[in-house]
Design a protein around this ligand. Structure first.
Ligand SMILES: [Zn+2]
Length: 444
């Protein structure tokens, strides 16, 4: 059976291009099934029967054609690099994670597998983690997870901040993970840092004593309320950090609240027990996202799969978005309020639009027949940004839609997207008492 992959490759090369594309979309299993018939019936020892086999594949390919995801990109199309067209600014350095490092704050309804799954982590790794420490099955709201993957997307390490004092680290060891626990001994202190914007916010915040990570936290907390690029000289800020001090040095810190006064207006973001930020009255800061970039929901013709294996080349050819089989000319909608960062025609992505929402979110819409927005333009949730099409490298009319969180492509169908809900009940009561404690400290 060693010949199998080789005969597949031979067969593929003998096909005209459209068929190669079609076949490329087949899974290895389907391919094996397609050629299993000739293997069974041509029980000959001489090598001459390779040719009839190839012919047989061609016929089978025609037959299964109707089962193929006709509306997608060719499988051998390695996606354009994520940031190729995306403009960067100084704030990106502060809010971006290191390559391969992901962070997540546990929120309502999350489980270890729902969190890691949306980032494309292998299910076998998720269950290996849960096996090595069954407490991982009971994540608590507000706990922080961070993890590292290698270039193939394989999980290498998971860090679980169970509480401020206790951190458990899981390191890959063979097929499983080895856990180690660290208890921190430092003293937590509240510190208020104030400043006035001079040249840039980043420069002024550094001058006020904030670290890079702390500046990133401030930018993320206020991302839905204000545009940091619009800050002017003389604008003021006050930040309350909770820092763990050991031997007079800050080990780690947590943003408790921030107050920004820009152009005479006051903006607040204060941290609740759940690790998220709300305004003074406990309202959510982000306006919710739409799950689908179209008015109604269309059939998925190809799923998100960051670890998709090309059965022919054996290489990983990630599919960083989800494909919807959408008729040409269907209005494509912005899934959230944001700014157009790319609106261009041509290339492998065809006519495409990329939006930035807040600082951490980016959505991309590809293969459009028409682009209806311009770079720099502000858009509202639900606004038409283009019409769907079949441009660029595409095997049929479809909309390729991507969601990126902190520069990592996530599954648009399952990703935790910003919601607009605020706090209620006991959570709100607790939050409002935190606000009464924090507000006076943030006075400018
Ligand atoms: Zn696609």
């Amino acid at each position: 059976m060693q010949l199998l992959p080789r005969s597949i490759a031979l067969a593929l090369n003998s096909l005209p291009r459209p068929h190669r594309i079609m076949l490329g979309s087949l899974t290895a299993l389907t391919l094996a099934m397609a050629i299993s018939k000739p293997f069974v019936y041509h029980n000959d020892d001489d090598g001459y029967h390779q040719k009839p086999i190839a012919k047989q594949i061609l016929l089978d390919a025609q037959q299964v054609r109707s089962l193929l995801p006709e509306a997608s990109e060719p499988l051998d199309d390695s996606d354009s690099p994520p940031a190729a067209d995306i403009p960067k600014d100084e704030l990106d350095d502060k809010t971006e994670n290191e390559k391969g490092v992901h962070e997540y704050v546990v929120s309502t309804g999350d489980t270890l597998s729902s969190i890691l799954n949306q980032y494309g982590i292998d299910m076998s790794d998720i269950s290996a983690l849960a096996t090595s420490n069954s407490d991982l099955r009971n994540l608590k709201i507000g706990q922080q997870l961070s993890w590292t993957v290698n270039d193939d997307g394989d999980l290498q390490r998971l860090t679980w901040e169970k509480s401020r004092r206790e951190t458990v680290t899981f390191d890959r060891s063979g097929n499983g993970f080895k856990a180690s626990t660290e208890m921190l001994k430092g003293e937590w202190q509240d510190q208020v840092l104030k400043g006035t914007v001079g040249g840039s916010f980043v420069g002024s915040a550094k001058e006020a004593g904030l670290s890079n990570a702390e500046i990133g936290a401030v930018v993320k907390a206020l991302q839905w309320q204000m545009d940091f690029k619009k800050l002017r000289k003389g604008d003021q800020f006050s930040v309350l950090m909770s820092r763990e001090m050991l031997d007079g040095k800050s080990q780690q810190s947590e943003l408790a609240g921030v107050h920004m006064r820009s152009g005479g207006k006051d903006y607040y973001a204060i941290r609740a027990e759940d690790g998220k930020f709300y305004d003074r009255s406990g309202s959510g800061l982000a306006r919710g996202f739409l799950r689908f970039p179209t008015l109604r929901q269309y059939r998925v013709s190809s799923n998100f799969n960051p670890r998709r294996l090309n059965p022919v080349t054996g290489r990983i050819a990630p599919h960083r978005g989800v494909d919807f089989a959408v008729p040409i000319g269907t209005p494509v909608l912005a899934v959230g309020d944001g700014e157009v960062i790319v609106a261009k025609n041509g290339g492998a992505a065809g006519n495409y639009v990329a939006l930035r929402q807040g600082r951490q979110y980016m959505t991309r819409y590809m293969h459009l027949s028409r682009v209806l927005v311009k770079p720099g333009q502000k858009v509202k949730r639900g606004q038409r940004i283009g019409l769907s099409g079949n441009t660029g490298r595409s095997t049929g009319p479809h909309l390729h839609f991507e969601v990126w969180i902190n520069n990592v492509a996530v599954n648009p169908l399952t990703a935790k997207l910003p919601r607009s809900e605020g706090l209620s009940g006991k959570d709100l009561k607790d939050y409002l008492s935190t606000v009464r404690e924090v507000m006076p400290q943030l006075k400018l």
